[in-house]
Write a protein that binds this ligand. Structure first.
Ligand code: T4K
Length: 380
C-alpha cells in the first residue's frame, strides 16, 4: 500500500538553529532580566530598525496590542476608514478603542483599500485611515497621503504582512504616521508571538513606550491609560536569532513563489496576482484567484486540496464586515463589491521557506488536475 502523503499546511514557521538561541537564554538566566525593556529587547529594537531601514522600532508582545496602542498614540476617535478585506484584528483594534470602522471597497489589483473611495466616506467624525498592505502588497501610499493631507487625517498602516517589503529601494514601513508589524508564528519574521510599531521620531517612541507600559512615566506616575504590550526577553532572544536568517528566509520564499508561478502558469481560470517591478515583495502569502472563468469554484478547489492533505486557506473570507461581530455594527458598512468578489475567489496556497519544489509541484499539479477534471465534467 502506498504511504499517505505528508499533509502540507498553509504555513510552517521558520526557526533559528536551537544552538543560536542558547547563548541568549544563558544571558537571560544569568541576568534574571526577563521583561520590561531588558537588554535583548533594546538590542532587537536597534537591530531591527537597522535591518528594516526605519528610524524607530517599538517592540510589542503581539501585533494586535501594537495596533491598539497605535490607535491610541495617534489619538484616533470617532470614525476611521479601513478595509473589510483583512484579518479581523485590523478592525478589532479600532473597536477596542471605541472607534468605529468605516469599511470601504478595495482595489481588485492590489487587494488594498481603494484610495479613490476615501473622500466619499469622510464625515465630520473621521479622524484617520487604517489601510492594510494585504499579503505584503503595498498600498497606493501616495494617493492615501494626498487625501489624508487634504482632510487632516492620520494614517496608520496595518503592515502585519509587510516585513521587508520595499518600493523603489525604500521600506514601505516608512509610510504613514505609524506602521504596525506582526511577528506571529505564521509571519515571515516570527518571535512566536510578537509585533512592533514603526514610528518616525523619538517623542512618539517615548509616548508609545509609555502606552505600552500601562501609561506609566518615570517610576510611579501614569499620565494616560495604557495597556501591557511589552515583549519579553525570550521573544526578543528568538527575534535576535531569527534576524540572522531573515535575508535567507526572504530569498527562499522568492524561490518558492517562482516555482509556483512556473507550475501554475496556464491553468485555466487560475489567476496569479502580479506585482509592480519597483516592489520587492516578501512572499509572506501566496494568494491565487480561482476566477469565475474556472470550471470549478474556489471553495471546491479548497475542499479538493484538503482531501489531498493540502491545507490552503481562504484568507480573507468572509469579509470582516460580514462577520457576526461586525454585522451588529453595520451602520457604517457600505457596499464593497470588489472586496466581496476577491473574498469569494481568493485562495492562499501553502507558503513557507522550506516548501520544496516537490511540494509546490504536488500542489500545482493537484490544482491542475482538479481544474481539468471539472472542465471534463468528471466526478471528483
Ligand atoms: N493585522 C493583520 C492584517 C493580520 O493578518 C494579523 C494577524 C494581525 C493584524 C494581528 O497580528 P497578531 O496579533 O496575530 O500578531 C493566523 C494568525 O494567528 C494571525 O497572526 C494572522 N494575522 C492571521 C492571518 O493568521 P489563523 O487562525 O489562520 O492561524 P492558524 O493557527 O490556523 O495557523 C495557520 C497554519 O499555520 C496552521 O494550519 C499550521 C501553521 N502553524 C500555526 C501556528 C500558530 C504552525 O505550524 N505553527 C504554529 O505555531 O490565524
Amino acid at each position: 500500500m502506498q504511504a499517505p502523503e505528508e499533509p502540507i499546511f498553509v504555513t510552517r514557521p521558520s526557526l533559528p538553529p536551537l544552538a543560536q538561541l542558547t547563548p541568549y537564554l544563558e544571558q537571560i538566566w544569568a541576568s534574571r532580566s526577563l521583561t520590561n525593556g531588558g537588554p535583548l529587547h533594546q538590542r532587537l529594537e536597534k537591530e531591527l530598525a537597522e535591518y528594516l531601514g526605519v528610524p524607530f522600532v517599538c517592540l510589542f508582545n503581539n501585533g494586535t496590542n501594537a495596533l491598539m496602542t497605535a490607535v491610541q498614540a495617534l489619538g484616533l476617535t470617532g470614525e476611521v476608514i479601513t478595509t473589510p478585506f483583512s484579518f479581523i484584528a485590523t478592525a478589532n483594534a479600532l473597536v477596542w478603542n471605541g472607534v468605529e470602522p468605516v469599511f470601504i471597497d478595495i482595489d481588485p489589483e492590489t487587494f488594498n483599500l481603494d484610495p479613490t473611495l476615501i473622500e466619499d466616506a469622510i464625515t465630520d467624525q473621521t479622524t484617520g485611515i487604517l489601510p492594510v498592505h494585504c499579503f505584503g502588497r503595498p498600498c497606493d501610499t501616495e494617493a492615501i497621503r494626498r487625501v489624508a493631507k487634504k482632510h487632516g487625517l492620520k494614517i496608520l498602516y496595518d503592515a502585519a504582512h509587510a516585513f521587508g517589503v520595499e518600493r523603489d529601494g525604500t521600506s514601505i514601513l516608512n509610510e504613514g504616521d505609524l506602521s504596525v508589524l506582526s511577528f506571529h508564528a505564521t509571519k515571515v519574521f516570527n518571535t512566536f508571538e510578537g509585533g512592533a510599531i514603526i514610528c518616525h521620531d523619538a517623542d512618539m517612541k517615548a509616548r508609545i513606550e509609555s502606552l505600552r507600559n500601562f501609561g506609566i512615566v518615570g517610576e510611579a506616575e501614569a499620565t494616560e491609560v495604557g495597556l501591557n504590550g511589552k515583549m519579553n526577553e525570550f521573544q526578543a532572544a528568538v527575534g535576535l536569532a531569527q534576524l540572522r536568517q531573515a535575508g535567507a528566509e526572504l530569498e527562499s520564499r522568492t524561490h518558492v513563489a517562482k516555482a509556483y508561478r512556473q507550475s501554475l502558469h496556464g491553468v485555466p481560470g487560475i489567476v496569479l496576482p502580479g506585482r509592480p517591478s519597483n516592489v520587492r515583495g516578501n512572499e509572506s502569502y501566496f494568494p491565487i484567484l480561482v476566477d469565475s472563468s474556472a470550471p470549478i469554484s474556489r471553495d471546491a478547489v479548497h475542499q479538493e486540496l484538503h482531501s489531498r492533505g493540502i491545507f490552503s486557506r481562504r484568507y480573507f473570507f468572509p469579509l470582516i464586515s460580514d462577520m457576526a461581530a461586525y454585522r451588529r455594527l453595520n451602520n457604517t458598512v457600505r457596499e464593497t463589491p470588489a472586496a466581496r468578489d476577491i473574498a469569494r475567489h481568493v485562495l492562499c496556497l501553502p507558503m513557507y521557506s522550506t516548501l520544496s519544489t516537490a511540494q509546490t509541484s504536488r500542489i500545482a499539479e493537484g490544482i491542475g488536475s482538479i481544474v481539468a477534471r471539472a472542465a471534463n465534467g468528471e466526478p471528483r
